[in-house]
Design a protein around this ligand. Structure first.
Ligand code: 13P
Ligand code: SF4
Length: 302
């Protein structure tokens, strides 16, 4: 029996749902029940009535799903699919930073471990960070924002707030440089440039649009532009082309691959359903504290 058929059968037997991030390889996106950005995937994970969630993404995303659905089995098909940015700060690092700023509210990007989320007041994704600061934290005198210094700079620019930051960054998005935008514009005059808020400030400053991957999918649909330069992990281009057959998408550069997002394959999804591996577990006490910061975010919405 073909691999995809086997997977579908087993998925039904296990009462499983397959969630995939926008950066996953095309075959994985095509076999998923839902493809989206970090925020959309968290919402799906919280609402699904499936018994098993197969998370095609990276570790912190599967962990967020487990925190929101503690009674479900959450599987990460490749246990080594991590996020180097999330690994740049530990709970101990954050506790030390909090001790230096005892009155500060703590906002954490969803790209963090459960232990780090447990130390925070509020969680955000790149789709809602500006709203979290402008609405939920509007009365906070001091705000610690971890771990992405570039996302923090973007939100600071949008809200006029200053943050106590952690010098983390996404090694994939940090590879995008202003000269890549200039070269792409010279090659495709008239194309609009959209980049992710994890990009360097000097890159965000010259883009036409700075948005999450979910925002990119909406913007690509709505913009009258026929050609779009995509300043993020190029996995999303598969989805953008499917959704907009009349438009042309150009990756900003060939170097913006996130190796962790490419670890999940159809075979690994099948094996994960066969063996029910790799199960994501979060200790109850950590999960309860982390859940508060994520649920506060979800209650506010996009
Ligand atoms: P999105 O929430 O925009 O999908 O981003 C997730 C991510 O890891 C970007 O590098
Ligand atoms: Fe982490 Fe960057 Fe990969 Fe997103 S693209 S998972 S932030 S390393």
């Amino acid at each position: 029996m073909a691999l995809v058929e086997k997977m579908k059968r087993l998925k039904e037997q296990r009462r499983a749902v397959i969630l995939a991030h926008n950066y996953q390889i095309p075959e994985v996106q095509d076999c998923a029940d839902f493809v989206g950005d970090s925020l959309e995937l968290s919402i799906k994970a919280a609402k699904t009535d499936a018994e098993v969630i197969v998370f095609c993404g990276v570790h912190f995303m599967a962990e967020t799903a487990k925190i929101l659905s503690p009674g479900k089995t959450v599987l990460l098909p490749d246990k080594n699919a991590g996020c180097p940015m999330a690994d740049m700060i530990t709970a101990e690092d954050l506790r030390a930073l909090k001790a230096e700023h005892p009155g500060a509210k703590v906002l954490c990007y969803v790209n963090t471990s459960a232990e780090v989320k447990a130390e925070c007041d509020l969680c955000c994704t790149s789709a809602n960070a500006v709203r979290m600061v402008g609405e939920v934290l509007k009365d906070a005198e001091e705000i610690i924002f971890v771990p992405d210094r570039y996302l923090a700079a973007f939100v600071a620019g949008k809200t006029g707030r200053e943050f106590i930051i952690w010098p983390g960054f996404c090694p994939t998005h940090a590879r995008i440089l202003p000269e890549h935008i200039e070269a792409a514009r010279a090659l495709h005059p008239g194309a609009v440039v959209m980049v992710h808020p994890e990009c360097r400030p000097e890159v965000a400053a010259i883009a036409d649009k700075v948005i999450s991957t979910g925002g990119m999918s909406r913007y690509a649909r709505e913009t009258p532009a026929r050609e779009i330069i995509v300043g993020t992990e190029p996995g999303i281009i598969h989805r953008l082309r499917k959704e907009n057959p009349g438009k042309i998408f150009h990756p900003i550069s060939d170097t913006v691959i996130c190796p962790n997002m490419k670890k999940t394959t159809l075979e690994k999804i099948l094996w994960s359903l066969e063996d029910m591996t790799h199960r994501i577990e979060v200790p109850d006490q950590i999960a309860a504290r982390a859940r508060r910061s994520i649920e506060t975010m979800l209650n506010i919405g996009r």
